[in-house]
Design a protein around this ligand. Structure first.
Ligand code: SF4
Length: 319
């Protein structure tokens, strides 16, 4: 089996919220998620907006502290560790590049900041060369170092965000919807660049997206989340060929097919009802209020998340 770089065990993240009553309420954003990410692979993570994908990604990096559960990096439990040494190894690329770049800093300052924090350059010249190399790596040039983020297009801003993540020579990157704020024409360029960087630098990715057709191409394995829980996880080809969970089947039925004949033959599964609130999620299987196959047991018992065939995990009573 390939080496595991990152592992979570029973990660849970609840956010307290203010209510009018004396009873404490929480947004139950992530519930009991255990995953393993192998060295050099891309694990895609999909699900509707608000299903807890980004919260899971940030909990892994401890940008927010998990309520309970543990995170292991290279076999070491880092749940309570000081994160500065791990910040160098574990990075994030944010969804909205314009919001994640400080408008008062030049591109050189943005990329150079982490180089200074982690003391990665020995001299001023070394630092300048370092920044120039990274900018070249992401398709920008050294002249761009003196400009400000607002002078760039959305795609170029995301390249700056990627350069910032790369500046500390990380091993693991959480790509948190890195292309969803970009024009469709730019999206494939950024995805191709991330794939090339992975090959060249041996990076490991957790690639978060709300669109399964995006993660399908870039991921070795895909995890599907619904309302804070992991409902299915399998190797990418297997998940697309043989989706077991009704929610995964629904997501895949919405992916456009280029062949018009196949497209006509295919049945689109339409979900009814609103996504329930994560403050008061449904009992038993959280999907039971919208699932076309729900049985009485589904509202009573939480389905076990188990391995149903080698490397194919699913949480459903009828699978
Ligand atoms: Fe549907 Fe029941 Fe399976 Fe949940 S456990 S996905 S409600 S069949």
């Amino acid at each position: 089996m390939s080496e595991i770089l990152l592992e979570t065990q029973h990660i849970q993240k609840y956010f307290p919220i203010k209510t009018n009553s004396f009873k404490k309420s929480y947004v139950q954003a992530v519930e009991d998620i255990s995953i393993q990410i192998k060295k050099g692979e891309t694990l895609g993570l999909v699900g509707e907006s608000g299903c807890g994908k980004s919260t899971l990604g940030r909990s892994i990096l401890r940008l927010i502290e998990p309520t309970s559960g543990r995170v292991f990096y290279n076999g070491k439990d880092i749940t309570k560790e000081k994160m500065l040494p791990y910040r160098r190894k574990m990075q994030i690329i944010f969804q909205d590049p314009s919001a994640s770049l400080d408008p008062r800093m030049t591109v050189g300052e943005i990329v150079g900041e982490a180089i200074d924090i982690h003391k990665l350059a020995n001299s001023k010249k070394d630092r300048t060369d370092y920044i120039r190399n990274i900018l070249n790596q992401v398709g920008l040039n050294s002249e761009h170092a003196n400009r400000y983020p607002h002078e760039f297009s959305g795609g170029q801003q995301q390249r700056i965000g990627i350069a910032r993540a790369l500046s500390v020579k990380p091993e693991f990157i959480v790509c948190d919807e890195p292309i969803s704020a970009l024009d469709v024409s730019i999206q494939s360029q950024i995805v191709n660049m991330l794939e090339d960087m992975q090959k060249d630098l041996g990076l490991t990715y957790l690639f978060i997206a709300h669109d399964i057709s995006v993660v399908k191409h870039i991921s070795n394995r895909i995890g599907v989340m619904y309302l804070g829980t992991m409902v299915e996880l399998a190797e990418s080809y297997e998940l697309n060929r043989n989706p077991l969970h009704p929610y995964t089947q629904t997501l895949l039925s919405a992916v456009p097919v280029p062949d018009p004949k196949k497209s006509r033959e295919r049945k689109r599964i339409m979900l009814t009802g609103e996504i329930p609130s994560p403050i008061n999620p449904p009992t038993g299987c959280r999907f039971h209020t919208r699932c076309p196959y729900a049985k009485p047991i589904c509202s009573e018992q939480i389905p076990e998340y188990k391995e149903v065939s080698p490397e194919h995990y699913c949480a459903c009573h009828i699978v």
